[in-house]
Design a protein around this ligand. Sequence first.
Ligand code: TXA
Ligand code: MG
Length: 539
Amino acid sequence: METKLFYPQQENNAVAEAAAILRRGGLVGIPTETVYGLGANGLNEDAVRRIFEAKGRPQDNPLILHVASADWLERYCKDVPQAAYELAARFWPGPLTMILPRRDCVPLRTTGGLETVGVRCPDHAVTLQIIEAAGVPVAAPSGNTSGRPSPTAVQHMVEDMSGKVDAIVDGGPCRVGVESTIIDLTVTPPRLLRPGGLPLEALEEVLGEVAVDKAVRQKLSAGEKPRAPGMKYRHYAPKAPVTVVTGSPQRSAAYILGRVKAGMGVICFDEFAPLFGGCTVHKLGPADDKAAQAQRVFDALRAFDETDVTAIYAQCPDESGLGLAIGNRLKKAAGFCVEDAGDGLIFGLTGGTGAGKTSALRALERLGGYILDCDALYHEMLRTDAPMKQAITDAFGDVFCPDGTLDRQKLGNVVFRDETAMARLNAIVYAHLVPEAARRAEGHDIVGFDAINVIESGMSLMCCRTVGVIAPAELRVRRIMARDGIDENYARMRIAAQKADTFYYENCTDVLENTEDSPQAFEEKALEFFACLIKEETK
Ligand code: TXA
Ligand code: MG
């Protein structure tokens, strides 16, 4: 079969031609605001049968009828409750499918043998015009081949359905990106069968109590049946196993970083991509932009088809708003292999010599924090971490002594005179040290990373806050002279070689200034400061 492509933006008769194909029992790929659909006349059994064939879809999986307005409800549904009209008035056209008792004119082939039918009015101007012009309700599942991610752009539709359907209508990329929310109005209380483009919270505003079907969050055990038959099918099965990681974005990123190896795949929020250098990364959108994540979730999954990654880790948004739908699609792709990273807090602390970082760390420790001294960790890893030592040797030659310890002078001779060599060493160290820090942070509710290079290393990405501890230069000079027994000139030289205060103001989320007379007084100030941050971060 030759598949015609319609471009309604440029062709005046595209709508009329697509409608004519539907009326004579043909198949048309149609754009909607959620995902592309594979449409046919929902009242015509033969046409509906062809949908199942083209998709390779199991016969018991019912289709949704797409209508032009709420006025069409009575034609195909009976005993329509008042709530259905209220929902339609508020959310149609839009990403909401209502399950209602079917009238006899709706064939059982369309409803997968059920006495109920799903109805929705899609929010896409072209498709609404096509439905109006056809004058029939359009049965349309998502336009993917069964088992593949739903198509969110016309090229996905072409990929999956070219040669199998009469026509595909190009309506641009899908604005929402996940399928419609399905609410069953035939039961009390109404039951959410599939989370989708309309948040659960929006339904609750109209309906009050809404039950959430178990299949939304969990894998059903053998023999258990979801109320939306489609929810039992794994929607996308990449060759590589997928693990979905829940928890705060910083914690899920740290959790993945602690486990991921070169050659694996990562789906992460945009901000965290720099952490996963050796991996195939697909970005889901900014952590706080669920609309963007919904648009991209199927794309990110589809993108792994062309790679041969051995395993895939995915960061998962929280369940509020569109998060429930995004998380559900990721979890279905993972066969509900879900691990929780928790939402404990990681603070990054940095600051120059003599500014008071040690006192600040002591304060955080008094508040229950686990402090990870990254300089000590670096020196430990120089002794014990074989892969890091090997990488350093590969880059700089034999800089380790026969007893395995680093020959500091030898390495120093190479890197201290050469900026690119220094950058190379730092990159090697960060690539090994940051994942190790992530592993050591696990299981602690409050963590403080004590690291001079907390920003440069990328560690700050795992921190809910990064705190720069600063102090007036004169105070620092006096403190380090007393502490380290050095003269004033040398103290000034050391401070001059370090970062200026502007660095902390520009790169840290918070700056803690130490102007107190004694370390004890500053520690008390820091205690109050961190108690405040913890309160802000946990509310
Ligand atoms: O956003 C959408 O809903 C897209 C676009 C094209 O409109 N359509 C879509 O259709 O996602 P499909 O067939 O891929 O998913 C429909 C889901 C399936 O899980 C199916 O089992 C469920 O809706 N469903 C349909 N009719 C039902 C009914 N009467 N009772 C329970 N579940 C039903
Ligand atoms: Mg589907």
